[in-house]
Design a binder for this molecule. Structure first.
Ligand code: G1P
Length: 295
């Protein structure tokens, strides 16, 4: 069974729900506590022992690559000179991340969440499975990161692909891809028949919503092609996965942890609150503040 060594992180959307701030800051660089959203996703890959992390960005968004590669010498020197050198430690850790590559999303392709994956194809080793992470989905893990959980199930059962899912309230299912399970292995995993992208209310095949974490075999490129547009003329990873699932066993994995999408300001705010409450440095203060608010 091939080990999953490569991941593609998609960070090339316009993030239009965050205009005007995203005019100058890519949505993936908005902070959660003191790190950009994207850094949490990169760290999830590292925890899952991914060796090649390919970040697909929009052309001109050099701010993303600069963040992961440039030093802040003046601040480091200033901190050292006043005996607060340890405050620079997070930057040292950030700069020690290995295996990151940045690639521009191709502008000649149709829009869609499959487009960044095609844009990264030349960097993905042929015939190896790889992970895909959408940078606007975060999972606040309890013990193991979401990707690690998914990869462990993938390596155990050797399917053709696997998606991370979470049980989701009925009135929110219309926003997501929803899986139709065909065979249940246990409480947390099974085989799926198909994924229905954003079903009409009442037509959901289950309450298991797909979030932006996948592992797929390289064969996904048999279907993820430049001209394979679907709904709204977009290139959808879901369409390619759906076709791939007819060629073999395609699994779902119910991931432990709290899935949050940061795709619009209100949900981004919820994610902020959850991360503050989970951070030992801030949780007491955040809890006090919330309690006062609710009085
Ligand atoms: C994408 C996927 C969808 C998934 C969602 C999770 O949708 O196509 O299946 O449920 O991410 O955030 P998008 O957010 O691109 O509309």
């Amino acid at each position: 069974m091939a080990k999953v060594k490569t991941a593609v992180i998609t960070a090339a959307g316009f993030g239009t729900r965050f205009l005007p701030i995203v005019k100058s800051i890519p949505k993936e660089m908005l902070p959660i506590v003191d790190k950009p959203i994207l850094q949490y996703v990169v760290e999830e890959c590292i925890e899952a022992e991914i060796e090649n992390i390919i970040v697909v960005v929009r052309e001109g968004n050099d701010v993303i690559e600069n963040y992961f590669t440039t030093e802040l010498k003046a601040a480091e020197e200033l901190l050292e000179s006043v005996g607060k050198g340890d405050r620079y430690e997070p930057v040292r850790q950030l700069l020690s991340i290995n295996g990151l590559k940045f690639v521009n999303q191709r502008e000649d392709l149709p829009y869609g969440n499959g487009t960044p994956i095609i844009s990264a194809k030349h960097l993905i080793p042929e015939n190896e499975p790889f992970a895909v992470l959408f940078a606007d989905d975060l999972v606040l893990a309890r013990e193991k990161g979401a990707l690690r959980q998914i990869i462990e199930t993938f390596e155990e059962h050797d399917p053709i692909g696997i998606v991370g899912v979470q049980k989701t309230p009925k009135d929110e299912l219309y926003r997501y891809g929803i899986v139709e399970p065909s065979e249940v292995y246990d409480e947390k995993s099974g085989v799926l028949d198909m994924i229905i992208e954003k079903p009409e209310p009442g037509e959901e095949p289950s309450d298991l919503a797909v979030f932006g974490r996948y592992v797929v075999s390289y064969d996904v490129f048999n279907y993820l092609k430049e001209d394979a547009t679907g709904k709204d003329n977009e290139l959808w990873l879901t369409d390619a996965n759906d076709k791939l699932s007819r060629d073999g066993k395609f699994m779902y994995k119910v991931v432990d942890g709290k899935w949050m999408t940061t795709g619009d300001p209100a949900r981004y705010f919820e994610a902020q609150v959850n991360y503050f409450l989970a951070d030992p440095r801030y949780k007491d203060g955040a809890n006090d503040f919330l309690q006062k608010l609710s009085q």
